[in-house]
Design a protein around this ligand. Sequence first.
Ligand SMILES: Cc1cc2nc3c(=O)[nH]c(=O)nc-3n(C[C@H](O)[C@H](O)[C@H](O)COP(=O)(O)OP(=O)(O)OC[C@H]3O[C@@H](n4cnc5c(N)ncnc54)[C@H](O)[C@@H]3O)c2cc1C
Length: 427
Amino acid sequence: MNNIIDLLVIGGGPAGLMTAKTAAELGLKVTLIEKNKNFQQLRRACSAQFILDNGYEKEFIKLENGKILFTKNNFEVNYTGNLVQIKNKYYNSPKGHKIHFALPGQKAFAVKFDKRKLLDDLCNECVALGVDVRMSTLACGGSDKGDYVSINLKGTNTYTLNAKKVVIAEGANARLTGLFGLNKSRTNFATALVSKYILEDVYGIEPNSWNLFYGKTFFSNAPVIIGPSLYGNNTFELTISGSANAKPDSIYENVINYSPLKKNFENTKLIDKQGCAVKAFSSLKTPYSGNILIIGDSAAFVEVEVQGALMCGYHAANAIFKELKGKNGFETYTNWWKSAFEFNSDEYLLVSQGYALVPTYTDDELDYLFALIENKILEGTYSQYKTPKLIWDEILLHKDKIKSERPIIYEKIKKMNTMTLTDTFKN
Ligand SMILES: Cc1cc2nc3c(=O)[nH]c(=O)nc-3n(C[C@H](O)[C@H](O)[C@H](O)COP(=O)(O)OP(=O)(O)OC[C@H]3O[C@@H](n4cnc5c(N)ncnc54)[C@H](O)[C@@H]3O)c2cc1C
């Protein structure tokens, strides 16, 4: 059959764009489709912070001379946009007890970046390398014919595109992934609705800090988060996670008008808002079937983060190159995928422990637990895996005290390995 391209990439997020760019550099004939019109109008919420921990996702990224260096996977990505360093992280209890995370010498452990700029630049590089980039184009379905894959596309008209290999990089909701039958073995824990409010003239928030507020007093089971923004001084991002039953907009109204944070938002102006729905599937342990490889958030437990998505793209392109040469590239990719991401290990529920502080513990219990360790500075990290581990390791140093003073809390702690995200996003 004529007109079969080497590779069709579905989704122009960091994973898809990096796949297309790397595959084009390897000499493949690539088409990338993205349902959005352009990257400047990206509306999907993302806090857009790089994690600088040595060993996070088996990598140690560095930002130098307009590049993101992946020092262990041995590749680099151009980035010339703005950066804001994150030097302190605070977990706040309802009454204001703080768990403080920082590195010695106030070294940054995360860096906020401009995701639109990163994607725009990657896309321009793709185009310069000859990738056929089709924006405003939606992949609606298709079938694997054995020798090639046929994908149905909807742009200004509806048509079919045939490719020897397909990479699906459609993000966390994994709709096409499901249509190709790969979600069958996955557990769908919950669907979170997340909105990010960019607010001007926020009062009393420390610059270069990342702040999470836990407790029913903030009207949400998930933490209410305040972090820096790239919009200028005194401008912060407020991130709120809810569910179909507790919409982020109504939580937002309550937080700024009735929560202990009210005073921080008294003269605030809303300058932008972004949002998304995120399905929390368990991860895809074998992320391929036939000629199709699933990468990035589409295959993850919640998220790979942007740096993880770039790594997925880099390894996916190399896997496709190998497959087209008759070698087993998908297996090589799978081995890397399984070892690089913590959610692929059985310990991934540690993440849930971190998020499931509410509703498991009452506001009073959170005040008690946070107060136990508020005089200690824990290691600065943005990792959602390391953070709950650091917190619980420190709290459990007080196990005997908790057992005698607060036996109900002690009983809850004993059960924490059985917690999932489901309760947090149920109501
Ligand atoms: C609230 C929130 C905060 C976050 N904060 C951070 C952070 O601080 N740091 C960090 O690194 N990461 C963060 N993340 C995670 C990060 O956004 C993702 O891990 C990353 O973007 C995943 O990249 P991806 O390419 O796999 O998917 P996505 O970025 O979701 O890209 C998928 C693309 O596919 C397109 N698409 C989907 N379906 C189709 C289709 N059928 N046809 C055509 N196109 C399609 C979408 O429009 C989208 O552009 C956050 C996520 C959320 C929700």
